[in-house]
Design a protein around this ligand. Sequence first.
Ligand code: ATP
Length: 458
Amino acid sequence: MTEQTKMDKIISLCKRRGFVFPACEIYGGFANSYSYGPYGSELKKNIKDLWWKMFVRDREDIVGIDGPILLHPKVWEASGHTTGFNDALVDCKSCKKRFRADHLIEEALKFDLEGKIDEMTAALRENKVKCPACGKSDWTDVRTFNLMFATKMNNVSGEADESVYLRPETAGAIFIDFKNVVDSMRVKIPFGIAQIGKAFRNEIIAGNFIFRLREFEQMEIEYFISPEENWESLFEDWLNKQENFVKMIGAKEDDIRRSEHSAEKLSHYSKKTVDIQYNFPFGFQELYGLAHRGDFDLTAHSEASGEKLEYFDQENNKRFVPHVLEPTFGVDRSVLVALLSAYSEEEVNGETRVVMHFPKNIAPVQIAILPLSKKAELSAVSREIFEKLKERFVCEYDETQSIGKRYRRQDEIGTPYCLTIDFDSLEDNAVTVRDRDTMEQERIKVGELESYLVEKFK
Ligand code: ATP
């Protein structure tokens, strides 16, 4: 199976089985927008819950917040987004296709001119870089486009006048709540503030299914440290945690790699930035990132707002502006990794079985309850089992179609266990448990079912 057909197969499975739908289809679609269907939203929620448990609830040094999407416009002025959060775009005059100039240059010439607009125009022309779509080399000047979505806020008289922005990243809200968290919580440095939420970017060139969206979700942490802290070891520790998380959602070791930003690509305030890349069907691309941002953000917001954003270290009687490590995780890219890693086609009795081998704790449905027929006596027992198990697990009850078709459906959804209730069940008070991965079947007494399944999901 080539990588592109794998992507096509996943996109088609996602639509057929209710994971991800193209948005606004009845209106002819809306470019690069997707809707998470019933199983996709469960999968996405499970990934977010796993992250929140690992990085917030299980840690004494990290607290969570849920900030607004619309923030004061001054936030984005101070952070530099209003002037500097731009993409460099160039059009092919011949076929009229539009591209990210920095990506074209990096691919064709293997160097990075991010942020240097005039140099990019010159590099494309002097090196006669070819258009990937039509093969000609006839470029417009490189131009910048700000990636923030602007909207208008009503003033007192109800007229829309002031421009506000939909946040282009979740981190902004964390920095401006820094003081409130320090004042209200018993946080002691080093400590982190975490947030999961939507971010919006006017990506002119979106694409690759849910890899690059205009509206997406991020899971971000700002981890505040003392400027004197040995940050290198903490940095390494965070990278390991990020890689570990990718593995927990199903990725294989060989599909993950690190890519450190070169000195030219590194932001002026960053001591070090590393991308965690995943081997997507369209090549190794950024999945997550980790950046040492120094005291850039707190200092910028402090200067712009006039509020001191400091930390008082009681033990050493010292006041300072903390430095920050920023591990950032994309939710939608995580969902795509979970889908790509889980997908498998297996030959069974001359037929192809499509199975999503999701890790059990993120599977959208954990247990399917499948009575062999719709007969009332079977339904009664099956419903009783369903009612009991759904208190503890995510269960689905399904009694339509042949058992073979129902197994195939559950395999494609990635349900780890299917329980079949047949007429023997009425006699021996037991059900058949089918394992998604091995397809082995075991007969388990109804009274032992719950503890058996609890063990299986450990
Ligand atoms: P890229 O180089 O791919 O545009 P970026 O470096 O701009 O990404 P960051 O600003 O570091 O991305 O955002 C943090 C994370 O948010 C990324 O690692 C990615 O997982 C996710 N992300 C960023 N942009 C998008 C998008 N348009 N659609 C989906 N996820 C995104």
